[in-house]
Ligand binder design. Structure first.
Ligand SMILES: O=C(O)c1cc(C(=O)O)c2c(n1)C(=O)C(=O)c1cc(C(=O)O)[nH]c1-2
Length: 238
């Protein structure tokens, strides 16, 4: 992240809460929903092998999200925040008879034709995807917990991408068992809940103009993580 940018207007007035939120939401124009590979995926233009490549590589993101959220909890001294944040770990890892999001992603893998042990072996994960995901986890480990919370805010834009898949995959990819799409359905309400909390923390913590500009840079960093993953996947499955 470019520290120089935060000093461009050191004395500028802080944005109001509403203006700051609008600027965070405005970052959606650089979401990976607009990446050419995602556009192709959503338009039914991917071959089965390309779709399998995406699912196998995105699995590395899925399995690292609980590590990322664990890092945020480890760095957070505030009990109220931890009580809420721990739900994210449970969402992905599951608890009791709820098998969780990682298991749901494994079922998506099976629905597109990737045997479970092949998915879990991570042998399809390409180096740049590993780098991008690891950068996200490391950012959460090494930054103040409020900054790591801010970096999760790409989830503001995720319900739309999940809804698009639910609407378009069954018509374009009729060879995929629709049961396999359960992960996307499950994430819509969870993402909305997560964003409400993540936004609250972010709007409270970043209150000077310089801090607000930094928050936008953090969100851009996370957008770049997602975009880089798509670049790497597109290159690996031409
Ligand atoms: O399918 C997607 O495009 C997409 C994007 C994102 C995101 O924007 O970070 C997440 C998810 N899915 C997702 O399923 C998920 O659980 C999730 C957690 C987080 C996060 O940063 O904590 N992002 C995302």
């Amino acid at each position: 992240m470019n520290a120089v940018l935060t000093q461009l207007e050191p004395d500028a007035a802080a944005w109001t809460r509403e203006e700051f939120e609008a600027r965070l939401r405005g970052k959606g124009e650089r979401y990976h929903i607009f990446h050419p590979f995602n556009v192709k995926m959503n338009s039914g233009l991917l071959e089965p092998s390309q779709l399998r490549g995406w699912v196998a590589n995105r699995f590395y993101y899925q399995i690292n999200i609980p590590n990322k959220d664990g890092a945020i909890i480890a760095n957070c001294p505030d009990r109220e925040t931890r009580r809420k944040w721990v739900l994210r770990l449970l969402d992905h890892d599951g608890w009791e008879d709820n098998s969780g999001g990682i298991e749901a992603w494994s079922r998506l893998g099976e629905a597109v034709g990737i045997p479970r042990e092949e998915l879990w072996s991570l042998r399809h994960v390409v180096p740049a995807v590993r780098f991008a995901v690891d950068a996200y986890v490391n950012f959460a480990r090494q930054s103040p917990w409020q900054e790591a919370v801010c970096s999760s805010l790409t989830e503001m834009f995720a319900p739309k991408i999940h809804k698009e898949r639910l609407a378009n995959w069954p018509q374009h990819y009729d060879w995929i068992d629709p049961e396999g799409l359960h992960y996307f359905r499950s994430r819509i309400s969870l993402a909305e809940r997560d964003v409400e909390h993540g936004l609250q923390v972010t709007l409270d913590y970043f209150h000077t103009r310089a801090q607000q500009e930094r928050a936008l840079q953090i969100l851009q960093f996370k957008l770049d993580v997602l975009w880089s993953m798509m670049d790497a996947i597109e290159r690996a499955y031409p």
